[in-house]
Design a protein around this ligand. Structure first.
Ligand SMILES: [Mg+2]
Length: 276
């Protein structure tokens, strides 16, 4: 009798301490993640003149390709009906025409990995600066009668802020009709097809292989390499690539498209390194 009373008391203390623990844990902020591995990529975007040079190089090349198309130099191989169709350029937004590196920098300092709360808050600020060369090139294309389609996987709730940010950054001809954000599916194939049904897509511009073709989606690193080889003639011609060392599907491929903890991601990154 006496023992069972003590046991009950111990059990109660034990249960109360578990309950207290979980209350305290719920009140504590999530532990900071060590995102220092991202510092190199963010600094490359923000401090390397080489990053700016690469961005200018991409848009200078885009201009050469567009001018060749406007001069009808490359059109001989196309059927006549195709040649007469109005021209369009499909361009991604993030890290292609807008630079979100400050948001990534803040994530490193606060130890908060990518999450929609912080991402929406950043886009709502409308403070992303244009990627070097993007405004001049796209406005030049608009002046030549080329329709621009901004095909991005930002969410529909970000649409008004995104349009404002693009306009504020200096891009002309930005509206609800040519900013095509993520629908049910993150694949950009259906949106590219919708543009292609009405226009001749002269080129696609992006920082992620998924911006160019569905062939690259959800592929392993080895498969991404193989598809890149197969498309070797398109790079710098139909496909114009911007550098993004901060994030991208290249990183998801290293994680095999799995939802992993930060610690598991660190393990995958270390295992992916090629050593001598
Ligand atoms: Mg992008």
């Amino acid at each position: 009798m006496f023992i069972s009373l003590i046991n009950r008391r111990i059990l109660r203390i034990f249960l109360v301490s578990i309950a207290l623990h979980s209350v305290i844990a719920a009140q504590q902020p999530a532990p900071k993640s060590d995102l220092d591995y991202q510092t190199g990529g963010v600094l490359y975007t923000q401090k390397a003149a080489e990053y700016r040079a690469l961005a200018y190089q991409a848009y200078n090349l885009a201009r050469l390709r567009l001018d060749a198309d406007l001069e009808k130099k490359n059109l001989k191989k196309l059927p006549k009906t195709e040649r007469r169709r109005p021209r369009a350029i499909v361009v991604d937004i993030d890290e292609t025409v807008l630079d979100n590196s400050p948001a990534n920098a803040k994530g490193i300092i606060t130890g908060r990995p990518f999450n929609t709360t912080d991402w929406y808050a950043w886009s709502e600020m409308r403070k992303a600066r244009p990627v070097p060369g993007a405004v001049d090139f796209l406005n030049y294309a608009v002046s030549k009668g080329v329709k621009i389609f901004y095909v991005s996987n930002r969410d529909e709730v970000q649409k008004a802020a995104t349009i404002d940010n693009l306009q504020k950054a200096g891009f002309r001809d930005v509206s609800t009709s040519n900013v095509m954000l993520r629908e049910k599916d993150s694949s950009k194939d259906p949106r590219r097809a919708a543009v292609g049904a009405q226009y001749r897509i002269v080129m696609l511009i992006g920082d992620n292989l998924d911006d160019f073709s569905g062939l690259f989606e959800k592929r392993s690193t080895a498969e991404r390499y193989a598809e890149t080889e197969k498309a070797h003639d398109d790079w710098g011609r139909k496909f114009i690539v911007l550098p993004n060392a901060m994030y991208g599907t290249w990183e998801n491929a290293i994680y095999e498209y799995k939802r992993l903890t930060e610690a598991q991601k660190a393990e995958k990154r270390a295992a992916a390194l090629e050593l001598p």
